[in-house]
Ligand binder design. Structure first.
Ligand code: XIL
Length: 374
């Protein structure tokens, strides 16, 4: 998956040519274009996995070569009640990916969000013992990872286990199982499919403290005999943050620690927020809606459209610069219409964070990162 020098130079020139306004048709999907550098993925919504699957010439199928279920494999959807697994949508994701020759990325096995309360409680609603929770975790991971053994390329085994300053987050997982809860999760995943890639995934990984925390986890796992195949840097960004230099610093820190990287959950909100210090992707964080925070309901002005394109261009230039360490770049959705950013962290807004507009047409941001390589 390494990019050739010729292609790297050509792509560099193409990225540059965006600023000079030289445009040309794109004969291949974005994933084909970056094929020699890294996988380019998208998140698939549950609604697309119900009923008949999108065809092989659907936009996601044409453009991307790695699929993550946006929600379908999360605990609350796949094991909503004790021992009741509902694999219908996840099976569809695997079928869709096979039809599109895309890798499947499993998301996610251990998270403090979108996990039902029953997982941590007994019949009276009291916290369960360590032994019971460990049993539930083992059963969940063995059942899920076992079912898709050889079909899921890699799993986000643990999601968002770190506080902003790099320490372990206080969650029911940690409270009941102890500080090594994540080691158990990785161990169960490895037992269930020894050949699947195993990832640690978190947001705000452009912060040095958080990256240091992730590296600590990776080292602790290595000491327990478990290799983390990549650290996922969730990239829920904005036009206003983070600085490219901070992202680059984190990439270098991970690379120098011998850790491979996946850019996961990439989207770039263009909308203003009430809190200048806001960042991250804590799904419980909410602000009250107000028209002032939703200025583009009738369309994105050219200036912002161009800003978005340049931001994507900067990011992809960075990803290419570190292509030797970056295995995958996954967008959190395909079209602006389907993006979760329309509803987070403020509900009901009109955001423009992805590469394709509400009609599935490529935006200037798409052109900016896919200029044809001769
Ligand atoms: C989001 C989904 O996009 C939404 O549809 C859902 O309501 C909440 O979760 N970090 C993650 C993702 O790891 O799973 C989250 O996805 C976004 C933040």
């Amino acid at each position: 998956m390494k990019i050739s020098v010729k292609k790297r130079l050509a792509l560099g020139a193409a990225l540059l040519s965006v600023t000079t306004g030289v445009a040309s048709a794109v004969p291949e999907g974005i994933a084909d274009l970056y094929n020699e550098s890294f996988l380019v993925g998208t998140a698939i919504k549950s609604r697309d996995l119900m009923g008949e699957l999108p065809s092989a010439d659907s936009l996601s199928c044409r453009e991307f070569n790695a699929f993550t279920a946006e929600n379908a494999m999360k605990w609350q959807h796949i094991q909503p009640a004790p021992g009741q697994f509902d694999f219908a949508l996840a099976d569809q994701l695997v079928a869709y990916a096979q039809q599109c020759h895309a890798r499947v990325i499993g998301h996610t096995l251990v998270w403090h969000q979108q996990t039902p309360d029953w997982v941590f409680e007994d019949a009276q609603g009291n916290p369960v013992s360590r032994e019971i929770l460990l049993d539930r975790l083992r059963e969940h991971i063995h059942t899920l990872v076992g079912r898709y053994k050889g079909k899921v390329y890699g799993w986000d085994v643990v999601n968002e286990a770190l506080n902003e300053e790099g320490s372990l987050r206080d969650t029911p997982w940690r409270r009941i199982l102890g500080d090594d809860f994540y080691v158990h999760a990785f161990r169960f995943a490895k037992e269930a499919d020894p050949n699947a890639q195993l990832y640690y995934n978190d947001f705000n990984m452009y912060k040095p403290e958080k990256v240091a925390g992730a590296i600590r986890l990776v080292k602790q796992l290595a000491a327990s005999g478990i290799k983390v195949d990549a650290v996922g840097m969730q990239a829920h960004y904005s036009l206003f943050y983070p600085a490219l230099a901070d992202i680059e610093h984190s990439i270098k820190t991970l690379r120098d620690a011998g850790v491979r990287i996946a850019m996961t959950e990439l989207d770039i909100s263009v909308l203003p927020l009430p809190d200048d210090a806001f960042s991250g992707a804590d799904i419980t964080q909410r602000f009250t809606a107000h028209p002032v925070y939703d200025p583009y309901v009738n369309g994105l002005p050219n200036a912002e459209q161009q800003q978005l394109a340049e931001r994507y261009q900067g990011l992809f230039a960075l990803y290419l610069k570190y292509a030797d360490s970056v295995d995958r770049v996954t967008f959190w959705g395909t079209t602006d219409e389907e993006s979760w950013r329309n509803n987070w962290p403020i509900r009901g807004r009109t955001d423009y964070p992805l590469l394709f507009d509400r009609n599935g047409r490529p935006k200037p941001a798409y052109e900016a990162i896919t200029q044809h390589i001769p």
